[in-house]
Structure formats: C-alpha cells, structure tokens
Write a protein that binds this ligand. Structure first.
Ligand code: S3P
Length: 428
C-alpha cells in the first residue's frame, strides 16, 4: 500500500498531454499476436500493470514477446504449438486478461491454471464459463467455476448462438475468441452494444467477422495473420483530465491521441450534454481505431441523466462522471448501471462513500446514483479499495478541494495509468 497526500491548492490547469495507450486495445494486441502466425508489432502499447499481466501469461505459453518502450513485438509459434505452462498464469487485477484468456485457452491444445489478485477472486466468471461450457469447454474453478483459481483443459469446441444476458465486451470477446477455434459459425447477440475492439482487431488480423444490428457472426477455423497495431490513447484515461479541465478554475488543456471509438465515447457526449466548453478534432488517420485531439476549458455545467444504452459506452468513466456531477447545477441521475457492482470493486458503494467524505451530496440507488450540485469539496482521507479508477477520481477531486486529500493506496493507479501523477504535474 502506498499512501499519498495530495495538496494541490486549487491550481488552474494549462498545457498539452499525450494520452497513453488504450488498455482494452493493448491487451487484445498481445492476445491476437499470440494466436496469429507470423510477427506482430504494436506501437503505443500501454505499460500498465494489467497489460503487463497479459504479456506475462503469454510468455508462460511459449510466445516470444519483447517490449521496448511502448513498442511490443510478438513472435508466436502459433496457438497449435504453444507450450503447456509449468506455472500458474497470474492475471493480477485484470478482468480482461482473465476473461478473454478463458475463451482463448478453452480451444487451445494446452492445460492451464489461472488465478489473479484478491479483487479478481471476487469477480464473476460464470458469465464467461457458462457459454464456453456450452461450446464444450472443460473449465473448473472455485464455487463450481464462479471464481478463480480456474483450471482449463483445452479441447475441441463447437460453435454457439448466444444471446448476451448483460452488456459485456469481455464476455462477447471470450466467446468470439473461442469461436475462432470452434467448428461452425459462432453468433453473439447483443441487446446493448458493448465496445467492439475485438471485432475491429479480428478484421485487422485477416479474419472475417460480420456485424449486423448487434449480431456478431464469426466462422470457426480462421487463421489469424500477424500484423501491425497502432494503439489509440485510452479515452478512459483521458476522461480524468477532461473532467479536471472542466472543473478546475481558469483552465484550458489539450489532450492528444484520444481514442474516440463510438462504442467508447459516452464521456464526450455527457460532457457536451452538460454544456462543457470542449472541441473534438478528429485525426485523419486510417487506423482500425479512430483518434482525436480534444481541447477542454473551465465550464459551467448542467446536470443530466445517464441511462440505458449509454451506460456500456461510458461504464468505466462513471466514477469520474460522478465527481463531475458534484460540480454541475442540478440533479444528475445515473441509472441502469448495476454492472458497477462487479467491477474492480463495487463502484456504486466506493464512489458514494468516498465522494461523501469530500462533502458531495450523493446517494446510492439500486442501479446507480443520484448527485446534487454544485457542492464545494473539502479534503479528507480516502480509500481506493485497490481500484485504479477510484484512486484517480480521488486525485482529480484533490485539484478542487479546500485542504489535502490522502489516498490510502495510490499504487493501484499503475494498473491503467502509470504516468497519471506526472501528467497532473505537467498541467498544474
Ligand atoms: C473491457 C470491457 C468492460 C470494461 C473493462 C474492459 C474490455 O468490462 O469495463 O474495463 O476490454 O473488454 P465488461 O466486459 O465487464 O463490461
């Protein structure tokens, strides 16, 4: 645990930040490179702890991976030639690593055992294991396969036609990755569309995937070819500075290299709806993932309601949106977001507890929260619950508090944004 005392004295923010690589895309670049034949090169890789866990797991499977700065090279012998790991695959704090790897390992030729940290040990795995078992996967785990540690005996799989019970890109992706190795056409049906990085990257690696009205279809037996992946900046990381720019006095900051995939850009829409002074200039790039430069300045904000199919487009941004709402005029309502309860921690409880300590007027509901603003915030000692996004919410709050904010564990922020505090120093 690394305690950190933050005393910023209400700075005005100025400057330009280049947003580090997207976590979801970084994970997938290594996974796809490891499944593919030939070499894959990645630029702009996120050196966060979660993505390093993914690299470590594939190295234990005999995949050759080199990291030089934010460039990563993956040389795979091809999934057929993976080594059976002699050690447990350790996924750390990473739900994406754990769940997507289940889908990959289920149809691989190896036996493996996977586990993660205490938070991973509480996160539901049956949502992935149930459809994979329907495909023929042999997976066992604690509490009948609900929790890690998990043991996976790779085997032949059959395609599935699966209606998603919750909006989850991790579940969708695990099924599609298993579907690559299955006999027949795998179909995943989504009621609410979740992030589509897997579908985009499958195409980038030469696979054919059809997407029609929330129905994703993929023919089994397709071989992926190594390629080059340019990772966009993570809009979920940018979100902390978008909010900081809007709520700090006399501020104007520019964020470069922000991924604006339409399945992820809910935060931009919310800021626009709340009246933020923001301009989004898309880059004219031809990569699989679109990017933009976003400029934001101190804004007078109005409360809003966030619900329904908007939720999957900003699910990871809700902690920082809650902080934003404490500075907006009126009542902000966030609903249909019960998935927050099964993230790195229960983020409804965590956000409400910690913002209350800072003086916010916020109440938890069964599927979200209600925030009345604007409220001046004061210093307090906050708990991060080991959750990177709760830690960063507390640190951004510290930019507008009277008095210091203490985080019980700032180390967890390295899970997704190792340069976070350097970036605060650069603009404050
Ligand atoms: C992710 C999907 C989302 C998101 C997580 C990353 C991914 O999780 O919250 O941070 O990379 O596919 P769910 O699939 O549980 O919604």
């Amino acid at each position: 645990m690394s305690e950190k005392v933050l005393q910023y004295n209400k700075p005005s923010l100025q400057g330009i930040l280049t947003i580090p690589g997207d976590k979801s895309v970084s994970h997938r670049s290594v996974m796809f490179g490891a499944i593919a034949t030939g070499a894959t090169t990645v630029e702009g890789f996120l050196l966060g702890e979660d993505c390093l866990s993914t690299i470590d797991c594939f190295q234990k499977l005999g995949v050759h991976i080199e990291v030089e700065g934010t460039n990563v090279t993956i040389q795979s012998p091809g999934i057929e030639n993976w080594q059976e790991p002699t050690e447990v695959l350790y996924t750390g704090n990473s739900g994406t690593t754990t769940r997507l790897m289940l889908g990959i390992l289920a149809g691989s030729p190896v036996h493996s055992v996977m586990t993660g940290d205490a938070s991973i040990g509480k996160r539901p795995m049956r949502r992935v294991i149930d459809p994979l078992r329907q495909m023929g996967a042999q997976i066992t785990g604690r509490a009948k396969g609900q929790y890690t540690p998990l043991a996976i005996q790779g085997t032949k799989l059959q395609a599935i036609d699966y209606q998603m019970p919750v909006a989850s890109a991790q579940v969708k992706s695990a099924i599609l990755l298993a579907g690559l190795r299955a006999e027949g056409t795998t179909i995943v049906r989504e009621t609410e569309v979740s992030r589509d990085h897997t579908e985009r990257m499958l195409r980038q690696f030469g696979a054919q995937v059809e997407v029609n009205n929330g129905v994703v279809s993929l023919e089994g037996g397709q071989i992926l070819q190594g390629t080059h992946v340019a990772v966009p900046g993570d809009i979920s990381s940018a979100a902390f500075f978008l909010v900081a720019g809007a709520i700090c006095e006399n501020s104007k900051i520019t964020l470069e290299n922000v991924g604006i995939n339409p399945t992820r850009d809910g935060i931009v829409e919310v800021l626009q709806k709340m009246g933020a002074a923001m301009t989004v200039t898309p880059n004219s790039d031809t990569q699989a993932e679109p990017t933009a430069t976003i400029q934001i300045e101190t804004s007078t904000l109005t409360a809003t309601t966030i619900e329904g199919d908007m939720i999957p487009r900003l699910i990871d941004e809700i902690p920082i949106i809650a902080l934003l709402a404490t500075q907006a005029h009126g009542r902000t309502i966030i609903k249909d977001a019960e998935e927050l309860k099964v993230k790195e921690t229960d983020r409804i409880t965590a956000v409400v507890n910690e913002l209350t300590k800072l003086g916010a007027n916020i109440e938890a509901t069964a599927d979200g929260m209600v925030i009345e603003g604007p409220t001046p915030l004061h210093g307090a000692s906050l708990q991060t619950y080991g959750d990177h996004r709760i830690g960063m919410m507390g640190a951004i709050a510290a930019l507008i508090t009277d008095g210091a904010v203490t985080l019980d564990d700032a180390g967890c922020i390295a899970v997704s944004y190792p340069s976070f505090f350097e970036h605060i120093e650069a603009v404050k």
